[in-house]
Design a protein around this ligand. Structure first.
Ligand SMILES: [Zn+2]
Length: 314
C-alpha cells in the first residue's frame, strides 16, 4: 500500500501536462513572412510551436520545482527524465539520491521559471519585429556618421529600421556580415526604427527588437516538433541536438530580446550553442547557464520528446 501514494502523486503531477497548447495569431509586426513556408509549415505554425514548447518547458520546470518527488524517483520514471534534463541544463541536482531540492536549487529553478515566463510574455506581446528572410535589407552607408548598416526601408514610408548590433553597423569600407548565412537559422538585433522627414533628417527614433529567421537557406532542421517528436535515432539515448528546430530557434532568439544579460555565453572559446556546450556551461558556470538562450531552447525542445527516448517525459 505504501507505494501507491507516491504513484498517485506522480499521476496527479503528470496530469498537469495534459493542457491544450495555445494557438494564436502572431501579434508582431512581420515583414517578408506572408505566404512563406519552411518544410511545409507557415510562420504561424512555427510561432505557435515555439509558444507551445515554451509553455511545456515552463510547466515541467514548475512541476519539478514544487514537487517533493525525489524520495520515490526511479531512473526510468518520466519525472526522473524531466529532473535529469533540468540537472544537465541548469546545473541543479534534482536527482534520485537527493531527498529534496536544496534552497540554491530552488532559487535556480525559480529563475528558470521566471525566464520562461518572460519569454512567453514576449512571444505574446507586440514588441518584436519579425523578418523571415534577408530580402528586405539593404546595406546603406550614412556619410554623416561614416557608418554602414543593414537597413530596411518600410515600403512607401520614410521609416527605416537599422540593425545596430556588433557587426551590423560598421565604419564605411569594413566588410559587412551577411544577414543570413549557411550556419545561421536565426538572429536577433536590437535595431533602431528611425523616421525621417523629406530632407532625410531623423525626426523620431525608437529601439525595436528585430528577429530575422533565415528560413530559405536551411533544410536540415525540422520546422516544428510535435508533442511526441522522435528523431531518427538508433537508441533511446538519441542526441538532443537532433531536436533542433526552426521553432526552437525562434524561442532562442526571443531570449535575446529579454535584456542585455541574455546574450550567448562563451565556453571553451565558442558560443554555448548545442547540447554539449550547454551542459558544460551548466556544470561549470551555473549562473551563466541560467541566462544562456540555447539552454532554454534545448530544454524546451527536449520537452517535446517522445517517452521512448531518454529525454521524454510524457
Ligand atoms: Zn543566440
Amino acid at each position: 500500500m505504501e507505494s501507491r501514494v507516491p504513484l498517485l502523486r506522480v499521476l496527479v503531477l503528470l496530469a498537469a501536462f495534459l493542457f491544450v497548447p495555445s494557438v494564436a495569431a502572431i501579434p508582431w509586426q512581420t515583414y517578408t513572412c506572408a505566404g512563406k513556408t519552411y518544410k511545409g509549415k507557415t510562420i504561424e505554425d512555427i510561432y505557435n510551436n515555439a509558444l507551445e514548447m515554451a509553455e511545456r518547458a515552463r510547466e515541467r520546470v514548475y512541476a519539478v520545482r514544487h514537487a517533493n518527488f525525489a524520495k520515490f524517483l526511479k531512473p526510468d520514471e518520466p519525472f526522473a527524465c524531466m529532473a535529469n534534463n533540468i540537472k544537465w541544463l541548469w546545473g541543479t541536482k534534482p536527482h534520485a539520491h537527493l531527498k529534496t531540492l536544496t534552497s540554491a536549487d530552488k532559487d535556480a529553478l525559480d529563475t528558470v521559471i521566471a525566464n520562461y515566463d518572460k519569454a512567453i510574455n514576449m512571444l505574446k506581446s507586440g514588441n518584436v519585429v519579425l523578418y523571415c528572410d534577408s530580402e528586405a535589407w539593404d546595406w546603406l552607408e550614412t556619410l554623416s556618421f561614416m557608418l554602414g548598416a543593414w537597413t530596411h526601408r518600410v515600403s512607401s514610408t520614410e521609416q527605416y529600421i537599422r540593425l545596430k548590433d556588433a557587426g551590423q553597423m560598421l565604419p564605411i569600407g569594413e566588410e559587412r556580415k551577411p544577414i543570413c548565412s549557411d550556419n545561421m537559422l536565426g538572429s536577433t538585433s536590437s535595431g533602431h526604427r528611425e523616421v525621417t522627414n523629406e530632407a532625410g533628417m531623423v525626426v523620431d527614433r525608437q529601439t525595436v527588437h528585430t528577429i530575422i529567421l533565415c528560413l530559405g537557406l536551411h533544410t536540415r532542421q525540422p520546422a516544428t516538433l510535435s508533442a511526441d517528436y522522435t528523431p531518427a535515432v538508433s537508441s533511446r539515448f538519441g542526441n538532443p541536438d537532433d531536436y533542433g528546430s526552426a521553432a526552437g530557434t525562434l524561442l532562442h532568439e526571443i531570449f535575446h530580446t529579454l535584456g542585455e544579460g541574455y546574450d550567448d555565453k562563451v565556453i571553451h572559446g565558442n558560443f554555448a550553442y548545442r547540447y554539449s556546450n550547454a551542459v558544460s556551461l551548466a556544470q561549470t558556470r551555473q549562473a551563466d547557464a541560467l541566462y544562456n538562450p540555447d539552454n532554454y531552447r534545448i530544454f524546451a525542445e527536449m520537452s517535446m520528446a517522445h517517452s521512448k527516448t531518454r529525454w521524454g517525459a510524457a
